[in-house]
Each structure stands twice: as C-alpha cells, then as structure tokens.
Ligand binder design. Structure first.
Ligand code: S3P
Length: 445
C-alpha cells in the first residue's frame, strides 16, 4: 500500500483523562463500517477485475485484513484516505503467504479468513494479538472440519490457527448454535470452494453483509429466513463498493448527546441496517430523541443521517431479542442505563464474555468504580441509574469499553482516568479528536 503503516497500539496513547463536557454540538460523518470494510477487501480480492472501495475504515483491524491479502499476492492501492483500489486475483488466484498472517485484534478477520483459507491449495497460519489469542475459535473450526477442512490449534480452541491447504471441501447444512455473523460468514466463504450446496442456519438473524456483498459481486447466494445458502464454484465480478458510516461508531455519540443536557448532533451517512441498529430501539424506549432523515438504499442496506438531541432517559428491561442487533453497542447501552433514572436489565448477552474483553465484567467493574450499583449475572447485568463520580477504570485494551467510558465521563462529577485505550485505533481512529471537537472533555494522560 502507498500509505503510511498504521500507528501501532504500542505507540498510541495509553490513557485518557475524561471530564464532564459542555453541551455537545456538531455535524459530521462517522468513519466507515468495520464489518463492511473487512468484507469489501476480502471479496474484491477474490473477484475478477478491479474494485474501488470508498469509505474504507482506516482502522488497524481493517488495515490488517488488507495487509493479509497483500501478503497473498493481491495488489491493493491506497490513493487517498479511506479509499482502496483492489486488483482482484479471482477465487483461485491467491498465492501462498511467506509467513504467518497477522489478524491483530480482529475476530472478524480471523474467523472469516479461516473459512476462506480452508479452501485454498496452500497452507496458512492465522495469528493475532493477546486479546484475539484468547478468543474461542471452536465455533468456526467445527463446521469447517465437517466440510473437510484441516484446521489445527495448539490447545484445540484458540489461535493461532494452522490451516492445511489442498483439501477437497464439501457443502454442509449447518445449524449454528450461536447467533454469529462471523460463523455464518466463515462457512459461506468456505462454501465458495466446496462441492455442492452449503447452507447455514442461525438461531437469530445476524448481519448479512457477506451474503449481500457476494450477491453484489455476482454470486447467487440465497438469503433465506433464518440463514443463507450458496453453491460452490461461483466466480466473483469486481465492482465498486461504497462503505457506509459505522453505526457502532455513531453509537457513542448517540448516547453521549442523549445524556448531556443541551446537546444536539447530526451524524451523516450512517448504515442503519436493522441487524445493526437495535440500540436505536432501546434508546427510544428509554425516551431518547433520535430522528432519521435522508434514508437511501446502499449496497449493504439502508443509510441515513441521524439527528440526536438531549432527552431525559429512563431505565428499561432490554428485550432479549434486541441483543443480537446491538451486540457491539451493549457497553455504551450500559452507560446510558447508568445515567438514566430507574433500573435497567440486560439478559441473554453471554456472548459479551468472549468479545475483545469480557465486556460484562469490564463494564460492571468500570461502572462500579464510578459509583454505580451494578449486579453482574452470567449473561448480563442489572444497573441502577444515578449519578456517576470520578475514578479510574480499566478498559482491558478493548476499544468499545474505552469509548463507552469516555462517554460515561461526560456525566461524571469528577475526573475519570480511562486506562489502556490504544486499541481504539482498531475501530475508530480519530475518535478522541472528533469527540473533543463536539465538546467532550477528553485528553491523553
Ligand atoms: C461481526 C460480527 C459480530 C460483531 C463483530 C463483527 C462481523 O461478532 O460482534 O464486532 O463483522 O461479522 P459475532 O459474529 O461473534 O457475533
């Protein structure tokens, strides 16, 4: 790539000092969607021809994915910020990488690549950072092995993953025990290389970007109620891809502006696919004032501008069926609950324990450190809303926990030290400056 290498977390800021803000105001686009950016690079790399990706997320996770494809012989130009030109090599055109493929902090990269690499002629090894090395991979290894893949891990469950190439894969009808777009996508990507039909059924619908993008590139994927199905052997045709703004990044501003009196923010061009926007329903049920305008259809679902104004929030029992549609927003939802009147409950969110950190314990611990009464349960928490005091919270190197506590601090009575924040660059480079511009009290320690 022509661009400078991503800043290493080792060189980024380690801590923030965050303090109560003035009313937030501003109008801005949020950075590109992480899930879509990963898939855009992966599928454009496998296509015949050249694809231009606009709105690409310049985060460490998505840059790691691009670097992995470069290591497998794909030319990727970066002519401008948030733009990539991917010279596709075709579904059978990847070359054996010289070394281990480093997925950094990204579960999406590792799980989707496990599926894609299972169907190649060459061997590969997928590794990641400390957090990713603790995350469960059995959920993708099992179905891929049923398809005939050879994938090994030193302890049978966690990265690095050693994938032996040259296997003949066969299609399977897989009923996933977890509602996970990563698992579904891994199986479908392996299905591209498998004989016959591959079908994935999921317990609850999850984001369908892999399916939609495969369709957009000419692969006939059937999106069915409860899952998806494709036949192996399809080729992909290059096409230009516009990445929408990431709702998960917008979420921090939606909650912050709802909570801080006098605030008003406009966020442009945000992806508002229903499989991502459970938080909108939850915040509205709490009394939030969030309006949508300019809705248009994008290649990966609807896109809209969101306008949020301060409104008093009250606690809710979060309906369990909203959980998969706001799985990445639950940390910042917990902040909204902590600052709302009354009690809120989250249930059915056990998946949070195997994200970049154990997000139930990280949120419960951090909120307690700020004086909030929180009871942690196996699959959620009970949060009593009230006033927050200053204190020290550990984000456990988890980008979403760090940003959630930057929001919490805007309501706290004293200074909040948020520790271990360098990984914010994985999903939202520039968060700190953007947040400060809108009125956040936030600086590096
Ligand atoms: C993602 C799926 C979700 C989400 C993650 C991104 C994706 O993970 O939490 O941040 O891009 O497919 P799971 O598949 O583990 O639910």
């Amino acid at each position: 790539m022509a661009e400078a290498a991503p800043a290493s977390p080792l060189h980024g800021p380690r801590c923030w000092v965050a303090t109560r803000s003035r009313a937030l105001d501003g109008a801005f686009p949020v950075p590109g969607d992480k899930s879509v950016s990963h898939r855009a690079v992966m599928l454009a790399a496998l296509a015949d021809g050249t694809s231009r990706i606009d709105g690409f997320l310049e985060g460490e996770d998505t840059r790691a994915t691009a670097a992995i494809f470069e290591a497998m012989g794909v030319r990727i130009d970066a002519p401008a910020h948030a733009r990539r030109v991917v010279h596709g090599v075709g579904v059978d055109g990847l070359r054996a990488p010289a070394g281990t493929l480093d997925c950094g902090n990204s579960g999406t990269a590792m799980r989707l690549l496990a599926g894609l690499l299972a169907g190649q002629r060459f061997d590969s090894v997928l590794a990641g950072d400390g957090s990713l090395s603790r995350r469960p991979m059995q959920r993708v290894m099992e179905p891929l092995r049923l398809m005939g893949a050879a994938i090994a891990s030193d302890d049978g469950e966690r990265p690095p993953l050693r994938i032996s190439g040259g296997r003949s894969l066969r299609g399977i009808d897989f009923e996933s025990p977890v509602a996970s777009a990563q698992v579904k996508s891994a199986v479908l990507l392996a299905g591209l290389y498998a004989a016959g039909v591959t079908r994935v059924r999921e317990p609850r619908p999850t984001r369908d970007y892999t399916e939609r993008m495969l369709q957009a590139l000419g692969c006939p994927v059937a999106i069915e109620p409860g899952g998806a199905r494709l036949a192996g052997g399809s080729r992909l045709q290059a096409r230009d891809i516009q990445v929408p703004g990431d709702f998960s990044s917008a979420a921090f501003f939606l909650v912050a502006a709802s909570l801080v009196p006098g605030s008003s923010l406009r966020l442009h061009g945000v992806g508002v696919d229903p499989r991502r926007t459970g938080l909108l329903g939850a915040l509205r049920a709490m009394g939030a004032d969030i309006r949508e305008s300019g809705r248009r259809e994008g290649a990966c679902g609807p896109v809209a501008d969101l306008e949020v104004r301060h409104a008093p929030l009250r606690g809710i029992d979060l309906p369990e069926d909203l959980v998969p549609d706001m799985i990445d927003e639950l940390p910042v939802f917990a902040v909204a609950a902590a600052c709302a009147s009354g009690t809120s409950r989250i249930r059915g969110a056990g998946e949070l324990r195997v994200k970049e950190s154990d997000r139930i314990s990280a949120m419960a611990g951090g909120l307690q450190a700020l004086g909030v009464r929180v009871d942690e349960t196996g699959d959620g928490m009970r949060i009593e809303g009230g006033r927050l005091r200053g204190g020290r919270v550990d984000s456990h190197g988890d980008h979403r926990i760090a940003m959630a506590f930057a929001v919490a601090a805007q309501l706290a009575d004293g200074e909040v030290l948020v520790e271990d924040v360098a990984n914010v660059a994985t999903s939202f480079p520039g968060f700190e400056a953007l947040a400060r511009d809108t009125g956040f009290g936030l600086r590096c320690a």
